[in-house]
Write a protein that binds this ligand. Sequence first.
Ligand SMILES: Cc1cc2nc3c(=O)[nH]c(=O)nc-3n(C[C@H](O)[C@H](O)[C@H](O)COP(=O)(O)O)c2cc1C
Length: 391
Amino acid sequence: MALKNRKILLGVTGSIAVHKAVDLARRLTEQGASVHVVMTDAAKKFVTPLSFEVASQNKVHSDMFADPLSHITLAADADIVVVAPASANSIGKFAGGIADDLLSTCMLSVTGKALLAPAMNWRMYENGVLQRNLQFLISRGMLQVGPERGSLACGEEAIGRMADVPEILEAIRAALSEQDFSGRKIVVTAGPTREYIDPVRFISNRSSGKMGFAIARAAMRRGATVTLVSGPAQVNPPCRVEFIAVETAAAMREAVLGKLHDCAVLIMTAAVADFSPLRREDKKVDKSDSLTLNLKKTPDILAEIGAMKQRPLLVGFSAETGADLSRAKRKRKEKGADLMVFNNVESPGSGFDVDTNEITIIEADNVTTLPLMTKDEAADALLDRVSTFIS
Ligand SMILES: Cc1cc2nc3c(=O)[nH]c(=O)nc-3n(C[C@H](O)[C@H](O)[C@H](O)COP(=O)(O)O)c2cc1C
């Protein structure tokens, strides 16, 4: 879900974490959002409005009386109001209905989405009054991201650090997405597997994990509870998903089977190695003129789950070298998958390593060929089809 053309009102309060909010404003603006910043007087003690004006390319608002309507229109015009950092004082004012400056007045007039990113010393965060105020706001539909445990400004290692910018960005995207997978548990597999020859050598493939990670991220944004089981991938795990790192096909099978309970959808993008060495040598194999490897078939996780009586909606991925759909169509039937995603990894801009993909979604009685698009867009397009099966 792109942030392009979204209107975001960013409330900034008096916390040492304000500098992170400058980066947040910059990243939102870079991604095409229209960002308007409201600073409290305390926030201006930490960073000048100029920093936010440069980051957001808009004038910063602070004085309620400078524009007689801004205390209503700023929030009404926004797709979401984000308060980052949210101080204990401001959270208390929002919960108490106090409207004595521009930000607290905006927050009292919010009828749409609002997200709080609290930041404070752990003593303040664990204080029952702060917790009561926060819980009250959450019960009224406000969203919260963070805080995290980590090194605080005071030098202590404890809870209270404002969520990092990528996590706040994810929370904003999730808040702006349609929640059509809300309450659903989705398991996604991604990346390659490694089948060890000896302690240092293995058989693997070129899968980067990007497609599976994009699907996990999109499902999380759309409200699903997501588990991502991944082989060694080249990308960072998405925020707010349960991440299980595995190496071998056997470990991936075990992790997936352990997560099937209550799972509504299983999407298997992982490029599981088809063969593994018959035996894994305990010691590094000596260099020689030639080496003969005896290989055995790895477990076919998709087929095994496809054959189960009670199973989630099953989506497989079929990486092919060529444009012929027939193998993928046959695989869908043979492995008992509901959907098979055909992926010509030789097509320009498609398949391994790249951020784009061209996929064809094969169903029992429907085939949808999508144009080249980003893996994030392809993930949403696939979930659009998946949602028609589980609604
Ligand atoms: C150096 C310094 C750092 C502070 N950091 C925080 C903080 O991280 N979180 C917080 O809730 N208050 C923090 N405070 C206290 C707030 O700035 C103070 O409560 C202020 O009244 C908040 O006003 P506002 O909510 O209108 O921005 C800090 C104060 C100082 C002097």
